[in-house]
Design a protein around this ligand. Structure first.
Ligand code: THU
Length: 147
């Protein structure tokens, strides 16, 4: 069942998500770009799924942090989500927002209501912005287009 209301994320929950996303930077496997990305995906059931980017010598098999988190959750049967926090930077230094790539936005579109799913981009626990998926993927193509 698709979520139709935007969950009000408390300040403390947002800070916790940012903290968890930052922790994931240590696990990023980035021998080629050195660009570390961490994600914390909040499922509707309250579970936080984590992700980091995982690069590959053949380059294209690289998996972004956001998709790592989504695929961990979906592979465990979880498909309802409220929000994701994403952080990233060269050598793990956070200087600006690491906005999700187009492929990751499309994966979010598969499992989330674009009007209610929230994307938190952060450079620290104090410095962040919250966007809806609709804002980052206007006129997105999703499951409803095939219904
Ligand atoms: N990356 C992510 O993990 N998420 C994004 O949405 C953007 C890009 C990763 C992929 C690659 O390992 C590195 O950042 C540089 O592109």
């Amino acid at each position: 069942m698709e979520q139709t209301t935007t969950v009000q994320l408390s300040e403390s929950l947002i800070k916790e998500m940012i903290h968890v996303a930052i922790e994931q930077l240590a696990n990023a496997y980035v021998p080629y770009s050195g660009f570390r990305v961490g994600a914390a995906l909040l499922a509707k059931n309250g579970t936080m799924y984590t992700g980091c980017n995982i690069e590959n010598a053949a380059y294209t098999p690289t998996n972004c942090a956001e998709r790592t988190a989504f695929f961990k959750a979906v592979s465990e049967g979880v498909r309802q989500f409220d929000a994701i926090c994403i952080v990233g930077g060269k050598d793990g230094v956070l200087t600006e927002y690491a906005a999700p790539c187009g492929v990751c936005r499309q994966v979010m579109m598969e499992f989330c209501n674009p009007d209610t799913f929230q994307i938190i981009l952060a450079v620290s626990e104090e410095n962040y912005d919250v966007f809806t998926l609709r804002q980052l993927l206007p006129e997105g193509f999703g499951p409803n287009n095939l219904a």
